[in-house]
Design a protein around this ligand. Structure first.
Ligand SMILES: Cc1cc2nc3c(=O)[nH]c(=O)nc-3n(C[C@H](O)[C@H](O)[C@H](O)COP(=O)(O)OP(=O)(O)OC[C@H]3O[C@@H](n4cnc5c(N)ncnc54)[C@H](O)[C@@H]3O)c2cc1C
Length: 512
């Protein structure tokens, strides 16, 4: 029996990463049951800077039925095993936040508890030597996990991607259009609402009227529907995440091709380095309260490791989130829903999660308020979880060489984060609620990497005698080291499996 109350038309407004990820996923999941239109303006363009991801994007590709190698060829992509943080804890220090496990699978006591016991006596190597995801990128080596080798560190490799943001949007556009998504180019000049406030239609500058049952706002920081039309409000988190400007510039690719992003802290922010096949993406994220734009640009240009290939581009943002993400018949996805700054490459993941959650809460044309409230509560929680992990990096600095770092070191942090830090500082415990994005190993690596060493450790880690613990730790380290040596270089791996075609032409993904 057909549902007379069904949503029949869905309009995605915006054609950046958020717009095309949404359109592609909806087209795949909804088949032909809902008409999907996407509206984007070439004149406004896309932000075009989101180029690093976290491992969950592999699941998004899998859900779409996209072949990983094809995706990397089409987007000049490379692999990412983690992020190297330079000068964050203190100037001169560096550590890698690697994806995946640290040490051995847990029995009763997490691996790191044994490491902490011996660390206090100065009898361990740096934590990064006990994980394949941190040991391999240091040597520019990469391979995909070998799940057929259980027990080996090679089975534990976790990866994400770096890719060219414009090519990614183009890739997804082809995918979506092949599945029936209709694209309209042009600028939305006004938004028509029904009496109950729901969105009725978009008025285009061309005069065209685009009506729909359900609207996805992917208009980036403009937040044309959720903010400007529906007045969702904005919760400002800049007191916790004080960077509000970025300058982006690409430069020539330099070897070795590292399978990791690098984040180098400067005096009022930090600089990203994202290695792609055809170029390196760079950017300086900084706080305009503590640094002038021309100084930030000079620092960025001085920190490039290749010749710049375009002029630097200046961007502004305000960290925080929309007051509400879903109002009536409109949901915000992507930058229109908020932005937490790019430190841990979480924005594209939040797009993925929003799309998955919209599908889970897919409405009928009645738009049930209870469902919408739950969607908003879950998304709020997700933003707060990510926020706390990002704030940790700023708070946990020992730097006192600039007003910016003094501010960050001394700022009050969200209460939940303060508790997490206190818990770790006592006996090295990391507690992850089931819906939190970042695993225990992520918190561990950042806390230890930035110099937070607990006062104690789990008492069970004291049960084996010292020689046994030392042998266990050393065995793990050696196994990781040997596995790294059998891995090919990242550049070799890409050349063998997913080297981009010379002009980075976009392949035509076949409908699954
Ligand atoms: C400095 C910086 C670095 C970042 N780095 C990362 C990273 O490494 N990893 C990560 O995951 N994320 C990163 N992000 C976030 C990432 O860039 C975004 O989440 C992602 O690109 C999605 O953007 P979007 O599609 O929401 O917006 P946009 O790309 O801005 O797209 C907005 C779309 O809306 C359209 N539009 C707007 N107004 C109208 C109108 N009136 N009529 C018609 N069309 C309209 C535009 O034409 C465009 O198509 C970064 C962000 C910044 C600012």
């Amino acid at each position: 029996m057909s549902n007379v109350n069904a949503v029949r038309s869905l309009v995605v407004v915006g054609g950046g990463t958020a717009g095309w990820m949404s359109a592609a996923a909806f087209a795949k999941a909804l088949g032909g049951s809902v008409q999907i239109r996407l509206v984007e303006s070439d004149e406004i363009g896309i932000i075009g800077v989101g180029e690093a991801s976290i491992p969950n994007l592999t699941e998004f590709n899998r859900a779409l039925g996209v072949d990983e190698d094809e995706f990397l060829r089409a987007t000049q992509g490379s692999f990412k095993m983690g992020i190297e943080f330079v000068n964050w804890g203190a100037v001169g220090e560096r550590y890698i936040h690697g994806f995946g496990r640290v040490g051995q699978p847990e029995d009763t006591v997490p691996f790191h508890q044994f490491w902490l016991r011996m660390a206090r006596q100065g009898k361990v190597r740096p934590l990064g030597e006990y994980s394949i995801n941190t040991a391999a990128p240091r040597e520019a080596r990469f391979m995909r996990a070998r799940p057929d080798m259980p027990g080996s560190a090679l089975a534990e490799i976790a990866h994400a991607y770096h890719f060219d943001a414009s090519l990614y949007a183009r890739f997804l556009r082809q995918y979506a259009e092949q599945r029936g998504v209709r694209r309209t180019e042009g600028k939305v000049s006004s938004v028509e609402q029904h009496e109950n406030g729901h969105i009725a239609a978009l008025r285009m500058e061309s005069g065209e009227r685009i009506a729909g049952d359900f609207f996805i706002d992917c208009t980036g920081m403009r937040a044309l529907l959720i903010g400007q039309t529906l007045k969702a409000g904005y919760e400002d988190w800049s007191h916790w995440l004080p960077c509000d400007r970025a300058i982006a510039v690409p430069c020539e690719r330099m070897d070795p091709l590292l399978p990791m992003t690098r984040s180098t802290a400067h005096s009022a922010g930090w600089q990203w380095r994202i290695p792609l096949q055809h170029r390196t993406g760079n950017g300086h994220v900084y706080s305009s309260r503590f640094m002038e734009a021309q100084d930030a640009e000079a620092i960025l240009m001085a920190g490039l490791d290749g010749k710049p290939t375009a002029a630097p581009r200046h961007l502004s943002f305000r960290t925080g989130r929309a007051g509400r993400f879903w109002i009536g018949n409109c949901v915000a996805v992507g930058l229109s829903s908020g932005f937490l700054e790019p430190l841990e490459s979480t924005s594209i993941h939040l797009i993925h999660m929003a799309v998955a959650r919209i599908l889970e809460f897919f409405p009928n044309a009645g738009f049930d308020a209870t469902d919408i409230d739950e969607y908003n509560a879950l998304t709020r929680e997700e933003f707060e979880n990510v926020r706390d992990f990002l704030v940790l990096h700023y708070k946990l600095t020992r730097r006192d060489d600039s007003p910016f770092w003094n501010y960050c070191r001394q700022m009050e942090v969200p209460e939940r984060l303060a508790r997490k830090m206190a818990l770790f500082a006592s006996n090295g415990r990391v507690y992850r609620r089931s819906d939190e994005l970042f695993a225990e190993s992520s918190w561990l690596q950042v806390m230890v990497g930035q110099g937070l060493m607990p006062r104690g450790h789990h008492p069970f880690a004291d049960q084996p005698d010292e020689a046994e613990v030392l042998a266990y730790l050393e065995n793990v380290r050696q196994v990781v080291g040997k596995c790294v040596q059998v891995m090919p270089s990242h550049a070799e791996f890409i050349a063998r499996h997913c080297a981009a075609r010379p002009a980075a032409t976009v392949a035509t993904p076949q409908p699954a």
